[in-house]
Write a protein that binds this ligand. Structure first.
Ligand SMILES: NC(=O)c1ccc[n+]([C@@H]2O[C@H](COP(=O)([O-])OP(=O)(O)OC[C@H]3O[C@@H](n4cnc5c(N)ncnc54)[C@H](OP(=O)(O)O)[C@@H]3O)[C@@H](O)[C@H]2O)c1
Length: 250
């Protein structure tokens, strides 16, 4: 399938490692130029950038905290100077803590909301006006299925990301006339080898998945590329789960 991404400038946040890195490499393999955002993982970001350049595309490294509007504006300035204006965004950056609500300190819950909710508000407010004036753009936000189903151990990030889903739906209505599509990709548990569960706990978890395995980072990239492609030009305001059937929402 030709995703039509050749020459597009795509910003992928949190792309030094994990799922974000897989998406960045997959988009680069399709000929997209990559704005590779990271916050702390500089060495991994440099390594990912080298791999991306091997595809013969441009890559610009940008660093910042998406919860801080000032950082996001600086990211845009750097990208505009070094890569050109951004066509599409995949917001993959996130921060979620797994614990009971009653074990939280107030500054911890604020931080989670700042990243998982205000992070996408900051990105949309900063980057979307260029998409609107070009009459073309795509904005994808990645969340966990807990944002749709609830999860007692992800209580704050789930709530913040549920808000992010709602924000993106409303934005999809606002910018539809400008040919900008906004969608959410919602994930089940993706095993990247660092889950830290015992074998017994992992077995229990896997049993909850109709497809009888956890996800892999590679399971996510195809849907993201599709949503960035021309074939998804009439898809907006949607939430699409990649979750091995763990939850089946109508
Ligand atoms: N893995 C799963 O099972 C799973 C399930 C559901 C949802 N998700 C979501 O899918 C996305 C990717 O997951 P992942 O497991 O590959 O990676 P992850 O470790 O959860 O997060 C991805 C990146 O987000 C960046 N980040 C964190 N706080 C940030 C901030 N304030 N500003 C900017 N960047 C920030 C980090 O970049 P640096 O390392 O450079 O600091 C990190 O590498 C995340 O949003 C995650 O919550 C994952």
């Amino acid at each position: 399938m030709d995703f039509g991404l050749k020459g597009k400038n795509i910003l992928i946040t949190g792309a030094a490692k994990g799922i974000g890195r897989k998406i960045a490499l997959a988009a680069a393999a399709e000929g997209a130029n990559i704005g590779l955002h990271y916050r702390e993982s500089e060495a991994a970001a440099l390594e990912a950038a080298t791999e991306i350049r091997d595809y013969g595309v441009k890559v610009t490294l940008v660093k910042g905290d998406i919860a801080r509007l000032k950082d996001v504006k600086q990211v845009k300035e750097t990208l505009n100077q070094e890569l050109g204006s951004i066509d599409f965004i995949v917001n993959n950056a996130g921060w979620a803590q797994m614990k009971s609500f009653f074990k939280y300190e107030p500054e911890e819950w604020k931080r989670e909301v700042d990243i998982c909710f205000y992070g996408i508000v900051n990105l949309a407010h900063t980057f979307m006006p260029d998409m609107i004036s070009k009459n073309q753009g795509k904005f994808i936000n990645i969340v966990g299925d807990s944002a749709r189903t609830g999860d007692r151990n992800l209580i704050i990030s789930a709530a913040a990301r549920s808000g992010a889903i709602s924000f993106l739906k409303s934005l999809a209505i606002e910018v539809g006339r400008n040919n900008v599509q906004c969608n959410t990709v919602s994930l089940g548990l993706i095993d990247q080898g660092d889950l830290g569960f015992s074998d017994v706990a992992l077995d229990k978890l896997i049993k909850q998945y109709p497809l009888k395995r956890l996800g892999k980072a590679d399971d996510v990239k195809g849907m993201v590329l599709f949503l960035l492609s021309n074939s998804a030009d009439w898809i907006t305001g949607q939430v699409i789960s990649i979750n091995g059937g763990h939850s089946m929402l109508g």
